[in-house]
Design a protein around this ligand. Sequence first.
Ligand code: BGC
Length: 728
Amino acid sequence: MQNHIMDARWLAPTEPSDKRCLEFFKDFKLDEDIESATLTASALGVYKAEINGKKVGDIALAPGRTSMRYTLMYQTYDITDLLKTKNHIVLTVAGGWKSLYPHEILFNPSLPSGECAVIASIDVEYSDGSTQTILTDCSWKMQYSKITMSDPYDGETYDATFVSPKPVDATPIMYPRCSLVPQINEPTREKETLKAVKYIKTPAGEDIVDFGQNLAGFIEFSCCGEKGHVFELECGETLDKDGNFYRGNYRKAKAKLTYISDGKKAKYKTSMAFFGFRYLRLTGWNGKVDIRDFSAVAVYSDMERTGYIETSDPDLNQLYSNIIWGQRSNFVDVPTDCPQRDEKLGWTGDAQVFCKCASLNYNTYNFFRKWLNDMRNDQRPAGAIPQVIPNNANWASPASSWSDACCIIPWTLYLIYGNRQILEENFQMMKSWAEYIIRTDDEYFSSEKQYGDWLSTDIPDTSYMKGGTNRRYMAMCASVKTLEIVTKTAEVLNVRGADFTEDADRIRKKIVDEFFDGNYHLKEKTQTAFVVAIDCRIWPEKNAEFAKELVRLVHENGDRISTGFVGTPYILHVLSSNGYSELAYTLLLQKKYPSWLYPLSKGATTMWEHWDGIKEDGSMWSDIMNSFNHYAYGAVGDWIYTVAAGINYDESEPGFRKITISPVTDSRISYLKASLITDYGLVSSEWKNEGKKTTYTIVIPDGTKASAIIEGKHHSLKPGTNTFVISR
Ligand code: BGC
């Protein structure tokens, strides 16, 4: 049945709602004999719908988060079973992500600021074929909700004692500045529910509950207080070194749930804002805490889980779990840097480095496809890609490795899912970005906005966050890679006029002129400098020399990494592809700071933003930027899938139509298994070391061409299970 949302009017309050939630409602009558009925709705902000007292659908945080000056999504729900002849519908709306935008970008400037708005249609079909439509219009009423505060950073306040003043007529407004489109990606839903695992009375005397897992989502709790009693639940990700509650790293975000009791026993779950947390500090319980009263509900985009990794090493398994929870926490409709502090932003660089691992863990095709739609909308007329998408703050300047997400992500999705559509949709954006790089050249490479190897540890003072590798050098290397991706994309799409090979070569030459000495040795002496030289194919003939230098630097650093956001995703890859797999494993298994496993010694259950978010002496890196739920370094997961387990697509027939399995074992691990659900079916690769024997078990789906390289020897693989036993 067709919906009529395009005929409906936007409804908004006439006065600033000031972070309050609003309820737009209407009573309506229907005939009997309803065959089917749908509700189609959207909001500028966040909405939820109830019909006759029952929640409509199971989507959380609808209508989702987009670049809302251009696009808003709408959702269509089957409401046949909720309807009677006499009905009451309530649409509750909060400002949500809209609050991040300057008012005039979204609204007619004459409207009061702090607005949120809603639009809906109810479409009914009767058994005789006749239809009826109810639209949002001036016949609806509006009142304030008992949710008296909702904010993406500050949280939610529910006042059970609140009685709204008399409802007023809802006001239809003109809201011309964006288009309404149907849901593009999997909606955000409530997923895992975790019960609190521990009650802690801290040395400071505070009441804390611990969920044992850092995550993003809703808080649910039961309480019983006298009328007017205030319960407060504040979020934290970790305790400090004395075991006290710590929330300095949330910066300005209050991240607090406040519940004002009406004197009745109640069970409450937040619904209009989500939180990033592992711990809750409780105020108002006076020590009488029953952990059974508290749950944390993970909320994220409902993508299909496709990848699994399991090994004999409990630390590696915990690392993998931290990667998965990092993804869950930061895939709430938009790929975000972190889910807790006053950011929760779609930082392009973070998404780019994690995209491959994320797309093996889950089917992210629709998720990223939607975000790339926002990126295309937010691309500046001259081709620059802002560093944050949706670009709510109206930032203009691009940065290498961040803006390059516009090329790396479509290309990665194409290789993993084999669908050209993602390249077709984004090619124009990719090409304009390539042209921007070429046109602005030195001005762009040397821009102060370049982040370099963000947060690397190769400088004495790690508070200088842009790392120890020359930023102009890094920008040029990243651009070479981007130009090659755009050239390859044009080849796949058979488009002329987008061959950037000469431009890439010109930049390579510039790199050699500026950053190599008279003997053609790279002058930059950091791990990341050599990693990107190899990964971005700056001088492929010299890869062996670069790798050797990299190995020297790794040894010099006590077999530990010193890379940041840009070097980290590739360091193990460049080591293993140049004959240093054993060292790659040493880095992966390293427990001393800086390493992937070090945070485990401090109780990490998600990936950290800084290698030393909590230092060895238990002190914090700093409050100014210290997220304990940043997925970027989780990129290492893709090395485990594609090198350790050796499951690889082939660029000539992407999407795992042609598969190469080339596992790399290590004697420090007795077994490792990775599996992937591809479009063709399950692919899995497992190896087991037992004494002098290694057993490889590989599962290949029908309809693919597959081969293996086992300890240097080539084998063809058949659909089903293939086993190889190698004895030494
Ligand atoms: C974010 C990062 C992001 C960076 C840009 C930070 O505040 O949390 O992850 O990429 O800014 O440098």
